[in-house]
Design a protein around this ligand. Structure first.
Ligand code: FAD
Ligand code: NAD
Length: 456
């Protein structure tokens, strides 16, 4: 795209960091003809995270829930440049961002200049600095995590199969522990139990009976963002399905074979064969560095933004969406990031008009006062972001789900098999592309007729 518009005004550069929920929702809704749009992300695809917990056990194939950035960019009305790179450092004074390629065969590092920057880098899994977590557990955030978990499960099962039934090492290898009773931990524990009961039980009937799935949660309940009745329903189902719930139990240390947890005054040591860690989010390095550069950024929970998603202290040139931010009342969910992206696309349309007016004023046109009042009017038209919470859904196993829905002021709660069908149709509808929708539907059909494919 040309560096200037037909009237001679410069085309501004908009750099978008990330290819997740926030960044892609912005990209899909943005009029890309109005800016030089540059996307920087180490991941050259969008990942539909709500179905990620279904992937390690083969309910859903990983390929079914990704959509290439290039295919999203191709559908945009204007040109979009993409760098398969990670942002290392943002310089808000000089308006540059340092990026580094993630491709070992094609290494480069460069500074990109921006007029506007949107930070949508998401968050990284938090460990709260608990010793041994990083070295010994798997997270569930990226495709590589799901692949790693699948490999560890299979290896543990095969190793255990070579040992005699009364060998304590066999029982350790068959202990699968999930730490964190938020929706990630709950959904994954549920998928794991389904896999053991519905598929593994057919191939290894004796061994499958020895598999123990444990969910460890520091608080008195799992799924704390859901209504109490739904939490009770989920906890009862877990008990019935033999998912060992360890509530009020806070993990303090992890070694190669055991976790050590505090439960009241007691300290328990639990063996594990596979450990999945899902205790929430922490800011990424690039966001942490940015925080140190702006005086107004004084929260460790995320980048502080105003009600128009502008980064505090960055004077309107940096915006942030999704999990990298902290704003009271906005939770780190796909729903929030998605709506923020949609909102920013509208903001950038208005900002383009504002910038055009500013340029006309700077050209010393005769009707300056008229242009200035038009400018003020346009600036006032940028309304704050309003989040519309539509509710929360979670899969809890045995083809059952819970739904805590909000329609206007009314709340609807449901749980069970019909809710599972609703959960399925809601997620199908939310898939990014028609291709994803077809693949996910085919995966579910495949599991129904043929069972899960969990070969590595
Ligand atoms: P992300 O979607 O995480 O995207 C961040 C992007 O930034 C990625 O493309 C990443 O590669 C890129 N990036 C990382 N570092 C850099 C860097 N240095 N430079 C440039 N780019 C970078 N929410 C719901 O509402 N419903 C659900 O059912 C749900 N299920 C979930 C299940 C799982 C297993 C997980 C982990 C999360 C789930 N969430 C769900 C939460 C939801 O996924 C997040 O809130 C959402 O992804 C946040 O969007 P985001 O754009 O901020 O970050
Ligand atoms: P979370 O923050 O929602 O839950 C983490 C849990 O880990 C908490 O309940 C916490 O008490 C527990 N915990 C922390 N430290 C612990 C310790 N040392 N020992 C034992 N337990 C410990 O994290 P999440 O589940 O990864 O979710 C992250 C975000 O993604 C949330 O905003 C969530 O709503 C969203 N998400 C939503 C869905 C869905 O809507 N279905 C699914 C997955 C994730």
């Amino acid at each position: 795209q040309a560096a200037t518009f037909s009237n001679g005004s410069p085309r501004k550069t908009l750099v978008i960091l990330g290819s997740g929920w926030g960044a892609v929702s912005l990209l899909k809704n943005l009029d890309t003809t109005l800016y030089n749009v540059v996307v920087v992300s180490p991941r050259n695809y969008f990942l539909f995270t709500p179905l990620l917990p279904s992937t390690p056990v083969g309910t859903i194939e990983l390929k079914s829930i990704v959509e290439p950035v290039r295919s999203i960019a191709r559908r945009a009305p204007g040109e979009v440049h993409y760098y398969e790179a990670e942002a290392l450092d943002v310089d808000p004074q000089n308006k540059t961002v340092k990026i580094k390629s993630v491709n070992e065969d094609y290494e480069y590092e460069m500074d990109l200049k921006y007029d506007y920057l949107v930070n949508g880098v998401g968050a990284q899994p938090t460990t709260f600095g608990i010793p041994g977590v990083v070295e010994n557990s798997s997270f569930l955030k990226e495709i590589s995590d799901a692949q790693e978990i699948r490999m560890k499960i299979m290896t543990s099962i095969e190793k255990a199969a070579t040992l005699s039934p009364n060998d304590p090492e066999r029982s350790r290898l068959l202990s699968f522990v999930v730490v964190g009773g938020g929706p990630t931990g709950v959904e994954f524990a549920a998928e794991l139990r389904d896999y053991v009961d519905q598929d593994l039980s057919k191939w290894m009937p004796e061994l499958s009976k020895e598999i123990k799935v444990t969910l460890v949660e520091a608080l008195p309940n799992i799924l704390n963002m859901f209504d109490k009745t739904l939490v009770d329903y989920a906890q009862d189902l877990f008990k019935r399905d033999r998912i060992d719930l360890r509530l009020n139990t806070m993990v303090k240390n992890v070694d190669k074979t055991h976790i050590t947890a505090k439960c009241g005054d007691d300290v328990a040591k639990m063996p594990y064969g596979v450990l999945v860690w899902a205790t929430g989010n922490a800011p990424r390095e690039v966001s942490k560095k940015l925080m140190t550069k702006l005086e107004e950024q004084n929260s460790r929970r995320g980048l502080l933004i105003d009600d128009k998603l502008q980064l505090l202290g960055a004077q309107g040139s940096i915006f942030a969406v999704g999990d990298c931010t902290f704003y009271p009342g906005l939770f780190p969910t796909a729903q929030v990031a998605h709506q923020e992206g949609e909102y920013l696309a509208k903001v950038f349309k208005k900002l383009y008009k504002i910038d055009q007016l500013k340029w006309e004023i700077s050209q010393g046109k005769s009707n300056v006062s008229q242009l200035e009042s038009k400018l003020t009017r346009l600036q006032n038209q940028i309304e704050p972001f309003h989040y519309h919470h539509m509710g929360a859904l979670a899969y809890i196993g045995s083809e059952k789900a819970i739904a805590d829905l909000a329609v206007g002021e009314s709340k609807y709660r449901s749980a069970g098999s019909f809710t599972f069908l609703f959960w399925k149709s809601a997620y199908l509808a939310m898939c990014l592309s028609f291709r994803n929708r077809v693949l996910v539907a085919m995966d579910w059909a495949k599991v129904y007729f043929l069972g899960r494919d969990s070969s590595v």
